[in-house]
Every structure is written in C-alpha cells, then in structure tokens.
Design a protein around this ligand. Sequence first.
Ligand code: SAH
Length: 230
Amino acid sequence: MIGILCAMREELEPVLEKVEVTEIIEYARNRFYKAKFQNKNLILAYSKIGKVNSATTATIMIEKFGAKKILFSGVAGAVDADLKIGDLVIATKTCQHDVDLTVFGYDPGFIPESKVYFECDENLNSVAKKVAERLGIKLKEGIIASGDQFIHSKEKKDWIKKTFNAVAIEMEGGAVGCVTWTFDVPFFMLRAISDTAEEGAGVDFDKFLEESSKVSAQFLIEMLKGIDEE
Ligand code: SAH
C-alpha cells in the first residue's frame, strides 16, 4: 500500500483524477480514498492544513491502512533564490522551523529525544531525479522547513533560510517527516512553488495554488509508475 498525502483539496484533486478510486472511507473527520494505479494499491487523502492535521493523517495511513511508504504532493513557498513559481522541489530532509526550546540550550527546531531534521528516502528521491531527467524537468533538491504559519515576510523567510538552510517552506513536511521517522516508513516530499513567501505571497498563493498543485500531481503520477508497493 502506497500512501499519497496532500494538505489541501486542490492539491489532491489532480492526483485523484489519474487513479482508479475503488472505495471511499470516512474516518476521523476525514475522507480516505482507496485506489489502484497500474495494479498498485494506494491510499489517498488530504489532511487539511498544518502539522497536527498532516501528522494525524499520515499516522492513520500507516497504522490503519498499512501504508508502507508516504508520498506527499503539494505546493510551497520559495526560499532558494533559484526557485520560481511552478518549479518543482523535493526534500532531502524536513524540519520544524517553529519549534523553539533554545532557552534550554537546544538548537532551533530540536525536541529532546527527537531531532531537528527528518531524512527523506534516498531511493524515492532517486526515482524522482530519473523522472525529471527523462522528462527534461528542472528539479531542485534541498531541505524543506515547516511551521504552522503561512510565511509572507522576507525577514522571516531569510531567518528560516539562515537557521535551517532551507530551500522551501510549507506547513506539513516536518510533521510527516517526524511521523514517518517514528514508524520507520520511507517518506518522499514533493512540492511545486506557489509563491515567494515574501510580502504579497498570499495573493500569489491564491493565484497559483491550482496550477502549481497540478504540476506537482502530474510529476507524482509519473513517479508512481516506477515505485513498488512494498
Ligand atoms: N488560502 C488557503 C490557506 C493556504 S495555507 C485557505 O484559505 O484555505 C498554505 C498551504 O500551502 C499550506 O498547506 C502550506 O503547506 C503551503 N504553503 C505554500 N506557500 C507557503 C508559505 N509561503 N508559507 C507556508 N506555507 C505555504
């Protein structure tokens, strides 16, 4: 079973269009779609925005539906100057930029008995790089930072860049990274840029959400062709 997770309805819809939905299950105030894609079994859902929702949905996919890997598709704000709206980025690692226990001497993003960075799966990342090469698509790779805040300030974005060496920011990856690390399940994080995360990002986001969601979904579907269920 492969878990496909998004945060928002707009991110999931273009993925659902490309798979054969076999069953819809209402559970935990959410809707889970069992589906087939080229004989592979999938469980799909959008979690709603943010770290708590995405952690809950990822946990349900693993514990209730038996997902053996989690692939995330969605949109993000650009941090790296190379990234333009519509560009694709995959995470090498994810982290939580809004975790702050620094007064106790810990690094930003660190929780005792946990860690700052959660590694994404190298095999899945290499499948993504091969797909990008085959299709001639530019694919950036780097750290993606998450927090329960929509970032729309150059100052805040620069702080996240400096502190976590992030290339993009969003609101779920660090939480899903923590869940998949906890359960030892491979994790893949794909995002298409929807905004600059600077002043005016909210307007860009609303304008580009649908378009960028489709870019991410289409790429994920291409990748699925080369991914095993186990
Ligand atoms: N306009 C939406 C809210 C969007 S929140 C509404 O009214 O419902 C932004 C979503 O896209 C989150 O799921 C987050 O993961 C991602 N995202 C895109 N750009 C972002 C940014 N600049 N900062 C934080 N998250 C961002």
